[in-house]
Structure formats: C-alpha cells, structure tokens
Design a binder for this molecule. Structure first.
Ligand code: UDP
Ligand code: MG
Length: 316
C-alpha cells in the first residue's frame, strides 16, 4: 500500500469570483473528512474581478488555504505549472476551481492511489454540462490528436488528476514553454490508473476557455507532440512534383490537348498555392514555437503569494 502522508490541491482560477467561496467550502469539507494534512493552493491567473480579494479573505481565515497571484493571465496550463512548482506535499491533485471537477471524487482517487499507483487520471463520461459544440470539438480533437501522435492522449482525460511526488517532480523538470500537460503526463509514463467521472455543472460564472484559447491549446498539443503536419507537407510536395512530371510529359506528347490543361490550370494553381502556404505555415508554427522556447522566458510571473513558497526561483 502506497504511503499517503500529505496532499496539496492545486486550483487555477481566472475570474472565478462568483464560485470560488462555495467551491473552497465544498473542497474543504471533502479534504477534512479524509483526515490527512492538506493544503489548497489557488493560483490566481491574473483575474480582473474580485477573485484576489476573495482569496485574501480565504487565506487569512484558514491556514489550509494558500494563494499565488500571477502578474497577468498566463493561461490555464501555466497556472497549473506554477501550482505544481509551489507544491510540497507527497501527493498533489490538480483540478478546476468551478466545481466541474467534483471534489467528492477525491476520496475515490486517493483510495485508488493507495493500491500502488503513481498517477490517477480521471476520465470524463458524457455529462450534460458542456454544450454540444464543446463536446463535439473536444471529441473530434482527441480523435485527431490520437491519430497523429505516438503519445497516447485519452479522450475525456483533462487536468483533473492525482500525482505522487515522483510524477510531479518529473513534470516540473520538463522545461517546455508550450505546455500541454495531459500530453506531457502521458509522455512521462509511470504506473497509472483511470477512474471515470461525470462532470458537474459550473457553480457560477461562465467558461474562461474562449475559442481562441481552445485553438491555442490544440496548436500546442499538435505542434508539441507530432511531426505529422511536416510529414504531410513533404508527402504532398512529392505528390505535386510527380504530378508535374506526368503533366509535362503528357503535355509534350499530346500538344493538341492544350485546352484541357488550360481548363484545369486555375484549379491547379489555387490548389498548389494553398498546399504550399499550408506547408510553409506548418514549418512556421514549429520554428515560431522553437523561437519562443529558446528565449527562455519564464512560463509565468508571480505578483504575490500567501502561505506558499517555491523551492526554486519564483519566476521559473
Ligand atoms: N483558467 C485559468 N486561466 C485561464 C482560463 C481558465 O486559470 O486562462 C481556470 C478556470 O478558472 C478554471 C479552469 O482553469 O478553474 C478551467 O477553465 P474553464 O472552467 O473556464 O474551462 P472549461 O471547463 O469550460 O473547459
Ligand atoms: Mg470549467
């Protein structure tokens, strides 16, 4: 049976003033019942509503609560990374702060971990909370990414998970700037178990994952975990080159068929230009991401913190 001494729960929050207090209460009730030392570590990802004021109140009233405020909105994955870097417990849970990841599931996660697992993943079952659009885009994305990468990325497995210190340390040691944590965790391996959950309704406010943020996460996943876009560009380049040779030879032999070539010229021109631009864009995405990585900027910057400290440099 795995040793279970202490637990940190990392909760990234961005403009969650409407539900943060109710969520904190719900989480505290669950953790108190477990009777192990725990800390709830909120990472305020540059909220512009009353989230920070509510966090100050929570942390001053109960030493179980800690808060780190980032200097601006760095994004969900960066906020989780910050929380993981500040975590000190033997076990760490990451979960959303809106109640969609039900705190009531934690006891089951811990019971499973005690069977000897390093990592407990929680897989979303069909829930009525998310819109049809969100479910359809998410399912389509996971099917697509599953096809183009060799790292298994399971559908419905998000950022609600329990990790032991070994996994957390390994994850934190991965210095990549563009972070798609569910892919990184899968890449790491370790002994893992999956338990299902039905997502609950948001306790207040609305989703902070705009279409733009969803696309950015999808691009991070694709361009950090797959070379398929580049391979596809190479293959289509080879196909066009071969087609050009065939067209050239046939054109030479059958000069009278010139009108057929004329008719298809516009189509070919548009098709080839589109493919070339897609290929160049794809190369650009890889080099752009490499460019951002080699600048070695911090993944997040801390503005203030309460009951939390970092082993390493704060702005790493
Ligand atoms: N979040 C964050 N930074 C962001 C966007 C979201 O810290 O830029 C937090 C948010 O407050 C929530 C969690 O990440 O606790 C998941 O976000 P949300 O519920 O908006 O996403 P959804 O569940 O709709 O996919
Ligand atoms: Mg949510």
């Amino acid at each position: 049976m795995a040793e279970f001494c202490s637990l940190d729960v990392v909760v990234p929050v961005y403009n969650e003033a409407q539900c943060i207090e109710a969520f904190a209460d719900r989480l505290r009730t669950q953790l108190t019942a477990l009777q192990i030392p725990y800390r709830i570590l909120f990472v305020n990802d540059g909220s512009v509503d009353d989230t920070q004021a509510k966090l100050v109140k929570l942390t001053s009233g109960d030493a179980h609560f800690a808060a780190i405020e980032l200097s601006r909105n760095f994004g969900h994955q960066a906020a989780i990374t910050c929380g993981l870097e500040a975590s000190t417990a033997d076990w760490v849970i990451t979960m959303d702060g809106d109640g969609e990841h039900p705190p009531e599931k934690i006891a089951e996660m811990i019971a499973k971990a005690k069977e000897g697992y390093d990592l407990i993943l929680v897989q979303r079952q069909t829930g009525q909370d998310a819109s049809f659009f969100k479910r359809a885009t998410s399912d389509g994305f996971y099917r697509f990414i599953g096809q183009i990468t060799s790292t298994p990325i399971l559908p419905g497995v998000g950022d609600f998970r329990l990790m032991n210190r070994m996994v957390v340390d390994a994850l934190v040691s991965m210095p990549e700037y563009h972070r798609f944590l569910r892919g990184m965790v899968s890449w790491l391996g370790f002994k893992s178990a999956i338990i299902p959950y039905v997502p609950a309704k948001r306790m207040g406010g609305k989703s902070k994952y705009s279409l733009k943020k969803m696309f950015r996460l999808a691009a991070d996943a694709i361009y950090s975990f797959s070379l398929v876009p580049i391979i596809a560009a190479l293959i289509s380049g080879a196909i066009f080159l071969a087609a050009a040779v065939v067209v050239g030879i046939v054109g030479l032999v059958q000069g009278a068929m010139a009108w057929v070539w004329n008719a298809s010229l516009v189509f070919l021109l548009l098709f080839c230009t589109g493919t070339i631009l897609l290929a160049v864009g794809s190369v650009g995405m890889y080099s752009g991401k490499a460019f951002q990585q080699v600048k070695w900027r911090p993944i997040y910057v801390v503005r203030s913190r309460t009951n939390a400290s970092f082993k390493k440099d704060e702005t790493k």
